[in-house]
Design a protein around this ligand. Sequence first.
Ligand code: PMP
Length: 429
Amino acid sequence: MPQIQPEAVLLDYDRRHVWHPYTSPTEPLPVYPVVAAHGVYLRLMDGRELIDGMSSWWCAIHGYNHPRLNTSLKEQAEKMAHVMFGGLTHEPAVSLARTLIDITPPNLQKVFFCDSGSVAVEVAMKMALQYQAALKLERRKHFLTIRGGYHGDTLGAMSVCDPVTGMHQLFSGALPVQFFAERPVSTNDEAWREDDIADFQTQLAGHHQEIAAVIMEPVVQGAGGMYFYAPEFLRRVRKLCDEYGVLLILDEIATGFGRTGRMFACEHAGVAPDIMCLGKALTGGYMSFAATLTTERVGEVIGRRDGVFMHGPTFMANPLACAVANASLDLLSEMDISTLIGGLASGLRRGLEPCRALPAVAEVRVLGAIGVVEMKKPVDVAALQREFVERGVWIRPFGRLVYIMPPYIITGAELDYLTSRMVEVIKTL
Ligand code: PMP
């Protein structure tokens, strides 16, 4: 009898019983078993080590197995892993709230801790709905956003994702119907085109009586298409929201904590939202956790009519998550973000430059520690993933996009290795 390898057993069971993100339940794409991760390296079960280009979907900004994050988690686990947040509070949560209030725009003064990015978006949307209802603007039950966005996979969040890439047709009739404006085409302020704001302005002027809030990702639209847009668009949106009394929700779940070269992407525009969603890198990628911040005014208006804000997840303000988030924010506070991320941006620009000349490539764009190669045609994800793994790098493309956003601790040499392998594989397409 041939001996069955543990890897084969694991993969077989996984294939038959375990669902992976956005994958067919019957014909899933291949997966690679990971046994450990340290720094910027993922170690596969067969012993290979891959340089991580994804930061586990924007999260692991300090790399994996970080001694200070590990210590914070262990120390907190010895005190208490979890207690309910109804009627109780604790130091890790209060201290985290204080730091978040310190580093976000000054108008944001209230923090709601929740479980994941999607939930943070649901919470933001519910805050906006309760706020407008409290002002007796009962018709304001919808949201305005721009095409190309992504805000999560729960029903409310999905309703404001791009209708095409978010596959609204799969759920037609089940999702709340929202308003969508064209996304801006200007990619930076120097290239600003006045007509970029026209559709948004028309929609808001026409429907503001039905709109509770505008929701957008600031400056970088992530999973909806990896688009970068001019900060001027955000300034115009802020102005129009104020004009019509509509709240502005900025979803900084992907962009927050330095990724774009500023602590928060809204800083590129000098704009403060009424509600801000944070997640992903909040815990340095250690566990699912998120926060929704808002102003005194939103809190006060909701409290005036309803008395309560109607949300309260079981694992709200989980102490382990708060402790590791505090440690991650400590690490961030010791960094000079603009220099560090500026250096990564230069490395990405230099490394991805050769892609510009390739016939299969439509565009190469870099902002902060995000490098995107947009192809002319959709790529074969499984085939490309295999090519990358064979070359010792972890890159997970989607649609027409091959992109990387590595951990901030990546060295110049590791980044060169990552980008050169990316170029090598893209050359074959
Ligand atoms: N908003 C944005 C901008 C995101 O990128 C994501 C996750 N990709 C979410 C919300 C949803 O977060 P989660 O997957 O933690 O629910």
